[in-house]
Design a protein around this ligand. Structure first.
Ligand SMILES: [Zn+2]
Ligand SMILES: [Zn+2]
Length: 360
């Protein structure tokens, strides 16, 4: 099936894409038999101009329908989305979620605070005086606990019982703690340039993948998927700080892929601003994590982890894999090479369209 690119896609190719290196692609992608494909089926059978008009009307309809599901300011705050602390927009605050509060997790640390807890093995360790990671054996279980039968929890990675020595070893610890100074580096998505700004009516699913650096986790891949399942942006870039671990098992990123890129976070921001302004609706699953990693403040959010509430209620949330299986009857995150942000973004878009009643 051939999909017709949207106008913004064509503009992007003309303006930017011809000079893009290989690591940033705008390949079209759609999963065969998916809901995204089925909602297009009636549109595919008509002439091109009419088809474009139909696609634009469908996009407008979905954009308007999603207004009912946008997170409120209060929901954005309590679900950990970055919020400005003042009208000058030079610093954000991020509310800790219930589980981070309970565990005493340090999500942001002051510059002189060198104490960290390893996100893999749970050990306390210290950074060197420059705030960088030092080498040390990190022995851990890479897959979280799996419960087999009543009261017999085991690790999913190796099947050993809880408390058994780690089955995987790395040469340094890693931390989920970021520097507090990064809270002053966030950027607000641009306000529309005019009433005709084409970015205003856009709806995209966004997903990121991160690696561990000497200064905590940093984003290294970003993917944007539109309502038709087309990947309008899929970009790998180098983090600012030295990488400690590519987190391949979860991120799907490798040394070759990340270090082979000439792009930086600033490039990713520039590409993003081509598609997104402050009125664009962004869809994601736990999108607060993606926006924190990207250093972006945005208010028009539909989050599938809130759209499909957990039966126990807040603060519990379903994982994307489980939701996709239960709601769409489709398996994702099956590969051994980690998550694929494109696959995850398509799944979140489908979950939202399902909620709206499209393609059911
Ligand atoms: Zn460790
Ligand atoms: Zn294990």
């Amino acid at each position: 099936m051939t999909l017709i690119p949207s106008n913004s896609f064509i503009d992007f190719q003309q303006i930017v894409c011809s000079s893009l290196p290989n690591e940033c692609s705008t390949k079209q992608h759609i999963i065969k038999g998916s809901r995204l494909q089925r909602i297009l089926a009636p549109v595919e059978s008509v002439e091109e101009d009419w088809r474009n008009t139909q696609r634009q009307m469908l996009k407008n309809k979905i954009y308007c329908s999603l207004y009912w599901y946008l997170l409120t300011k209060e929901q954005l705050r309590t679900n950990g989305f970055p919020r400005w602390t003042n009208r000058y927009k030079n610093c954000v605050s991020i509310e800790l979620n219930y589980f981070d509060k309970q565990s005493g997790k340090k999500t942001y640390a002051e510059c002189g605070d060198l104490e960290r807890k390893c996100a893999r093995c749970g050990k306390d360790y210290n950074l060197d005086r420059n705030g960088k990671v030092v080498k040390a054996a990190c022995i851990y279980h890479p897959i979280p606990i799996k419960y087999i039968g009543p009261n017999v929890p085991k690790y999913n990675c190796c099947g050993e019982e809880i408390g058994a020595k780690g089955c995987t070893q790395a040469c340094s610890h890693v931390s989920d703690t970021r520097l507090e100074s990064t809270l002053r580096e966030f950027k607000q998505t641009e306000t529309p340039q005019s009433s005709l700004d084409p970015r205003t009516g856009n709806v995209y699913a966004l997903d990121c993948e991160s690696v561990y650096t000497v200064c905590g986790p940093e984003v290294a891949r970003i993917t944007l998927v539109d309502i038709f399942g087309e990947t309008v942006l899929d970009c790998t870039f180098r983090p600012r700080n030295t990488i400690v671990d590519y987190n391949t098992r979860f991120s799907g990123l490798t040394r070759e892929r990340v270090l082979g890129s000439r792009l930086r976070l600033s490039d990713a921001h520039a590409f993003l601003s081509h598609f997104i302004n402050s009125e664009t609706i962004l869809i994601g699953h736990g999108l607060d994590n993606d926006l924190k990693a990207l250093g972006v403040v945005h208010n028009k959010i539909v989050d599938t982890s809130i759209l499909y509430p957990h039966w126990k209620g807040s603060p519990y949330k379903y994982g994307l894999k489980l939701l996709t299986k239960h709601i769409l009857n489709r398996d994702i995150q099956q590969g051994s090479m980690g998550h694929d942000s494109r696959e995850d973004a398509i799944a979140t878009m489908e979950l939202v369209l399902h909620k709206l009643g499209f393609g059911c």
